[in-house]
Design a protein around this ligand. Sequence first.
Ligand code: NAD
Ligand code: IPM
Ligand code: MN
Length: 355
Amino acid sequence: MINIVVLPGDGIGPEVTAEAVACLRQLSTERDLGLRFTEHDFGGVAIDKHGHPLPEATLEACRNADAVLLGAVGGDKWNDAAVRPEAGLLRIREELGLFANLRPAKVLEGMQDISPLRPDISRDADILVVRELIGGIYFGERTRGDHSASDLCTYSRDEIERIAHVAFRAATHRRQKVTSVDKANVLATSKLWRETVTEVAKSYPGIELEHMYVDACAMAVMTHPRRFDVILTENLFGDILSDELSVIGGSIGLLGSASVGSGGPGLFEPIHGSAPQIAGLNVANPAGAIASAVMMLDELGLSDSGRLLSSALDVTLLEGCRTGDLGGSATCTEFGARVRENLRSGLTRVDAYRE
Ligand code: NAD
Ligand code: IPM
Ligand code: MN
């Protein structure tokens, strides 16, 4: 039995997560995977019910799980809460020791039409952001007075080393290149970052390492996305750059992510937020949540099933079933149902959609 904790969260979180779980349930039945799902309160809904975004029972369930599948959290309603939903998200990542957040972004061949970038620019873009997730300015001391406020950004050599190893190992299975992104022309943490990453690189002689300032990188990912393979960066820069990278593929609704640490359960979530403006309308794109489920299957050692789900997702997009964010008219539930139909009917048809 594989025990998966599902945290639907707020806004469109429950809608997109329901589609991902339905895909996983179908796969589990068809392939006898033994996946078992239990849902728990997390985020704003947990504040409403229990007074805290991450109730102790939810955290305990996550600790005992094989994997955690998360939707999204947050919304104006809880902006003034003593502990905001977003703080609950930071806390769960920290409690589970999930220091590495992997966010792949690419343009599906045959789908360049939905990228706002020119096809000659977006073609073959395939980038993995390796974002440090439980350090830096998100976790430093904060102060707030009437006339001033501060957020402390700290990184230790150890924290940088362990995330750098994740990036270099990932590059080994990809196109052998790491771009480390920092602001070493200004920030002390970035200077330490650059120095440490350069040291770690010595253990990976086959991998090309380049350093880039974050401002220049923010431009280059749009003008020359193909020159990037793995982008290794700190928490805040990774947050911003990964949303930017979603533009290449056409929508933030497409991107999934995996957060992993040193051996405990991983956490799998789309990179988008709770999108309150479209919540409850059944128009959200569940592709990012389904892509996160694919990453979860891989991490659980069920890569064959992951490949099937990934192909079914690609075929669904390639055959033109698209939600509003991609210019289509499919609803969230229609899109999910179509993925499951493709999953049922054999899945090696992706090539049929390639030019
Ligand atoms: P957002 O990602 O929710 O939305 C940004 C834009 O993308 C909006 O126009 C939205 O409609 C659209 N969008 C996002 N996901 C989509 C999807 N699956 N399908 C179609 N369109 C989609 O970011 P935001 O508006 O800055 O934040 C909203 C709330 O979500 C805030 O409370 C924020 O703190 C929270 N948030 C949570 C997470 C998370 O839980 N991991 C991530 C980011 C933001
Ligand atoms: C994300 C989100 C979160 C982050 C927020 C909601 C705390 O933007 O998962 O990308 O910054 O990590
Ligand atoms: Mn973000």
